[in-house]
Ligand binder design. Sequence first.
Ligand code: NAD
Length: 514
Amino acid sequence: MSIDLLKNYIAGRFVPSASREVLDVENPATGETIARVPLSTPDEVDRAVAAANEAFPAWSATPVARRCELLFKLADRIRSETENLARLVTAENGKSLPDSRAEVKRALENTEVACGMPVLQQGDKLVGAAADIDGEVLRLPLGAFGMIAPFNFPMMVPFWFFPYALATGNTYVMKPSEQVPLSMGRVAELIDEVGFPPGVFNLVHGARTAAERMTEHPGLKGISFVGTSRVGKIVAAKCVETGKRFQALGSAKNHLVAMPDAKLEPMIRNMVTSCYGCAGQRCMASSAIVAVGEANYREVCERFVETSKEVIVADPLDPAVAGEAMVMGPVISAKAKQFILDMIRAGIDEGATLALDGRDREKGTGTSCAKHPPGRSGKRCLSPFPEQGHFLGPTVFTDVKPGMTIHRTEIFGPVVVILRADSLDEAIRIVNEHEYGNGASIYTQNGHYARRFKLETLCGMIGVNVGIPAPVAPLPFGGMKTSLLADVKAQGRAVIDFYTDKKIITERYWAEEE
Ligand code: NAD
């Protein structure tokens, strides 16, 4: 089977990169190479930026309804290709098919919200701001923008940004993650097919070198970055230095607070879905549970560990697991798996209790067998998960203290830490003292507890009995503290502000002489 070397999409043409540096794109579930991605050179970024700037005058002068007509067409193509796109996301990222379908759906939703730009981009007018003077706010596009994307949502995260940029009249240079370049490569083909003018949307494959050229390039008006806070800080500093707008959404450690009055069984199922979906590699995945009260802590630990064992660890494209509710695929790479293994070792060394060990595929701990349906007992047989690929089973630490390495660090894998707190005050303090503040949820039936949690928790996205409080497309998406490195969120109106300049007009006309 021949393996494609991916092309860049610049000025309306798919062009091979001249770079000699090429990476294999791997299906993390099988270890198979499914494509090869060039690490584009700074020159190639320059060409994409030049194309975007050349396209800007005509595109920004194109009526907004026409710009949205093309986005409607793109939405139609995505809708009719949902299954193909979802399979592509799963093949390159390893998440389950239901997760990939949900990802494509959210990308679609963002495109549809951006189609509302004829209303959303309207400015304001204040008649009579002073004597005979009117004030007016115009929302104008600025030029060419860029995006640097992470590996964990190959398709959804880019759609938090570029449909809004295009709808508002800006042009674009997209750099997907070098680990998962296929989904956005297919989106570039759809963009080409629906007839966006050349240069309005450009795609450059690559890694650090290409990204760095984007952040320093004087031809880009702004950068949207999503990835680790470590790289986000570098991007932010470079954008400040070069006078660009920037938004940078970073790392996370999302807490779930279990109050003693919560509905135990639905809460535990909801927590399991939140912690192990996408093998714990969602930016909104929970990886720390805080149980309030000693008896509640013991019950939560026991039920969470038992329910974690029901997760099926398998290649998500294996037909045997089609239709299963809780399928967990591999983590993204051998490097990511090694980091997670190092973190598990750190947890053991620091004295936390390893209540469920997902490292050993032979023991089958935490792994249900996908091939043999539950017997009469209703229990699955346990069996090893696939040998190929970067699999790990659900792993749970109990007796975890705030500040331990496994609590401080974003592990980004199926490793969950459970802490105890004596009160809601202490639980909120644990969440608030953490470096990251992306999301947090409380499980309770008590409105007073929930209200305090909503108001006092220093996180950007809060759930009440919802384990993944990821906002829908019309609402802003973004955290607090080190999880968000500029006060500019993704999606909806927040990103429309980022992509438009609010120009303020103050105007007066003198009366003609009678
Ligand atoms: P990463 O920081 O390793 O890479 C992100 C992007 O930055 C990639 O495209 C990469 O090529 C590029 N890059 C690498 N070095 C660079 C440099 N020096 N300058 C500029 N760009 C550079 O992140 P990742 O591992 O791909 O993604 C996972 C991370 O993303 C996790 O921390 C996760 O929490 C975070 N994330 C956050 C959100 C959010 O909403 N806060 C959403 C999704 C993912």
